[in-house]
Design a binder for this molecule. Structure first.
Ligand SMILES: Nc1ncnc2c1ncn2[C@@H]1O[C@H](COP(=O)(O)OP(=O)(O)OP(=O)(O)O)[C@@H](O)[C@H]1O
Ligand SMILES: [Mg+2]
Length: 292
């Protein structure tokens, strides 16, 4: 078992947000005459400071609109901060970044491609040849429990299977950074637990090695955050900001015990304590922890 990372190491962090402010200008109203056009500013993020070390699994939790996706988009190089700095390995995040895998809440599978062809997509972008693509796609589909489903199309797959395909696609090019935007939010409780377990099993395989992936995992579900992550960062909305940054000291590996961990006193205490501190401050979309 490893000791969870504390975020306190002297090594330079892989990811760093420094006093980040993000303002979006919302256009609206007006009569067509420039003088009458209305435009207002929306402060999506304010004073965000966050360092993440390589190999750490960090969960961002918070109500809708507190800027979680915006932070992932910044790491993916899709959004540049209005003020402050976002850095990845000491430089502004590049675009495109072939070392990043980005997974969304709803599968973004192309309906005219089979499961295997969807998984091959990021490999095509990276210039892999046909044989290597097919082999790798089969391998990762197998890894997420979809062997035998390679030739099926989106419509033939359940929501859980679609998310497995999306997970396989995210993992296929073996990126060292995973940005996960509520990847399991659309699933029923049972399927969610299965996918959490499979994902964590894959991540924890390399928990003690250099190959361990850095994960930034966005969720509305405080329990999911505590269950999976080394560290839980709680955000508040309007403007989006960080309210809490806690190390989760549940031992690893956890994958094989997720169902049981949820009923341990340590888990309940951590979740409840975090929730108590934030109750009233967080939007009601954060799941309430199981009562003690
Ligand atoms: N490109 C954009 N243009 C204008 N406003 C934006 C843009 N992107 C995000 N916003 C606004 O910034 C705020 C933060 O959005 P973001 O999507 O990061 O929130 P979130 O925490 O991911 O929310 P959710 O939990 O609902 O996904 C929201 O008010 C959103 O409307
Ligand atoms: Mg979002």
């Amino acid at each position: 078992m490893t000791t969870p990372a504390t975020g306190a190491s002297a090594a330079a962090p892989l990811i760093s947000f420094t006093d980040v402010r993000q303002v979006f200008r919302l256009q609206g109203g007006g009569t067509g005459d420039p003088a009458s056009a209305t435009s207002r500013e929306l402060v999506a993020l304010e004073g965000v400071d966050l360092d993440i070390e390589a190999g750490q699994f960090v969960a961002l939790v918070g109500a809708s609109g507190c800027g979680k996706t915006t932070m992932l988009n910044m790491l993916a190089g899709l959004v540049a901060p209005s003020e402050g700095q976002v850095s990845l390995g000491g430089a502004p995040p590049p675009l495109p970044n072939m070392d990043i895998g980005y997974m969304f809440a709803r599968d973004a599978l192309l309906p005219w491609r089979t499961a295997r062809k969807n998984v091959e997509l990021p490999l095509e972008t990276r210039g892999w040849d046909r044989a290597r693509r097919a082999e790798r796609a089969r391998e990762v589909l197998d890894l997420v429990g979809l062997a035998g489903r390679e030739s099926q199309f989106r419509l033939q797959l359940s929501q859980g299977m679609r998310q497995r395909v999306a997970l396989a696609r995210t993992l296929a090019p073996n990126p060292s950074i995973l940005l996960m935007d509520e990847p399991f939010a659309a699933l029923d409780a049972r399927t969610k637990l299965t996918l959490q377990t499979e994902f964590l099993r894959i991540w924890e395989q390399h928990q003690d090695s250099e190959r361990r992936k850095t994960v930034v995992f966005v969720t509305h579900d405080l329990q999911e955050a505590v269950l999976l992550a080394d560290r839980v960062v709680v955000m508040l909305p309007a403007p989006g900001r960080i309210a809490e940054d806690r190390v989760v000291d549940l031992p690893r590996p956890r994958a094989e015990h997720l169902g049981d961990i949820q009923f341990t006193d340590q888990f309940k205490r951590t979740t409840h304590d975090l929730f108590e501190r934030l109750e009233g401050a967080i939007g009601d979309r954060v799941a309430r922890p199981v009562a003690k």
